[in-house]
Design a protein around this ligand. Structure first.
Ligand code: 8X3
Length: 265
C-alpha cells in the first residue's frame, strides 16, 4: 500500500465523522499524516475523536457541527472555517443513513425526506462548499461513500436504494466534470458493515439490528476506511474510480451465507 505524502494531500474533510465509517476514516487518514476537518451532528463525539487523534498521531483538527440536510447550516459552518483551513485537498462524503425498511406504498414520507435530503442533498451541499476551491487550485480528491444499494435494488429498500443510486450518478457526473480540473473522484460501495447503520434503519431496535450482522463475519468500519485511505494515497497519476466491497459471506445485498443459527457454536 502507498503511504500518502502529506504535502500532496494534507487537509481532509470527512462528513459523518462522529461514528462508524466516518470515524474509522478519520483514524486511517490521521495515521497517514492528514490534518482533518471532522464534520457531524454529535459535537461531543467529534471532540473526543479529535482529542484522541491528537494524542495518537499529533493530528491537527477542526470540528464542524451541523446537519448535512440543513443547507444554511452547511454554508455557515464552512464559511466560519479559519483561512488556513479552507484549502481542502480531500473530501470524504460519508454522511448518510437508511431510515426504515419496508414496502414503498407503506413508507413514511419523513423517512424518505431523511434519506433523500441526507444522502443526496447533503452530499451536494457539502461538495458545493469545497469543490470550487479544488477547481481553483487545480487539484483535489472527492471520495463518495455509496453502497451496494447504489448498484442493486432490494425489497423494502426502494427509497434508500434510490438515494444511493443517486450517489453513484453523482460520483460519475463529478468525475466527468472534475477530471479536467485535476480532481479525482472515487466511489466506494460497501455491503454489510457492522456500524450504527441498522440501528438507525430500525429506529433503535437493537434486536433487529443485531440480526443483520449475525451468523457471518460482517465488514467493519475499518475495512472501508482502509479502502478510502488506499484510494487517497494512490500515486498522482492513478484514480481509483469505483470499489464494491462485500463481506466474504455476502454475494449480493440480500444474499448472505450465514452459519446455521441452530447449529451448536
Ligand atoms: C448498506 C448496505 O446492503 O444494507 O448501505 O443496503 S445494505
Amino acid at each position: 500500500m502507498h503511504q500518502a505524502s502529506p504535502s500532496n494531500a494534507s487537509l481532509a474533510c470527512i462528513t459523518g465523522a462522529s461514528s462508524g465509517i466516518g470515524a474509522a476514516t478519520a483514524r486511517a487518514l490521521a495515521k497517514q499524516g492528514h490534518k482533518l476537518i471532522l464534520c457531524g451532528r454529535r459535537v461531543d463525539r467529534l471532540e473526543a475523536l479529535a482529542e484522541n487523534l491528537k494524542s495518537a498521531h499529533g493530528t491537527a483538527t477542526q470540528v464542524l457541527c451541523y446537519d448535512v440536510r440543513d443547507r444554511k447550516a452547511v454554508e455557515e459552518a464552512f464559511a466560519g472555517l479559519p483561512a488556513a483551513w479552507k484549502a481542502v485537498d480531500v473530501l470524504v462524503n460519508n454522511a448518510g443513513n437508511a431510515h426504515g425498511l419496508g414496502a414503498v406504498h407503506e413508507g413514511s414520507p419523513d423517512d424518505w425526506d431523511a434519506m433523500i435530503d441526507g444522502n443526496v442533498q447533503g452530499l451536494l451541499y457539502v461538495s458545493r462548499q469545497l469543490i470550487p476551491g479544488m477547481v481553483e487550485r487545480g487539484r483535489g480528491h472527492v471520495v463518495n461513500i455509496s453502497s451496494v444499494a447504489g448498484k442493486h435494488v432490494y425489497p423494502g429498500g426502494a427509497v434508500y436504494c434510490a438515494s444511493k443510486h443517486a450517489v453513484e450518478a453523482l460520483s460519475e457526473g463529478m468525475r466527468l466534470d472534475l477530471t479536467q480540473h485535476g480532481i479525482k473522484v472515487t466511489n466506494i460501495a460497501p455491503g454489510l458493515v457492522e456500524t450504527e447503520f441498522s440501528l438507525v434503519r430500525f429506529k433503535g431496535d437493537a434486536k433487529k439490528a443485531d440480526k443483520v450482522y449475525t451468523g457471518f463475519e460482517a465488514l467493519q468500519a475499518e475495512d472501508i476506511a482502509e479502502a478510502v485511505a488506499w484510494s487517497v494515497a494512490a500515486p498522482a497519476h492513478v484514480t481509483i474510480a469505483d470499489m464494491t466491497i462485500y463481506a466474504a459471506a455476502q454475494a449480493a445485498p440480500t444474499t448472505v451465507y450465514r452459519r446455521d443459527q441452530s447449529a451448536p457454536a
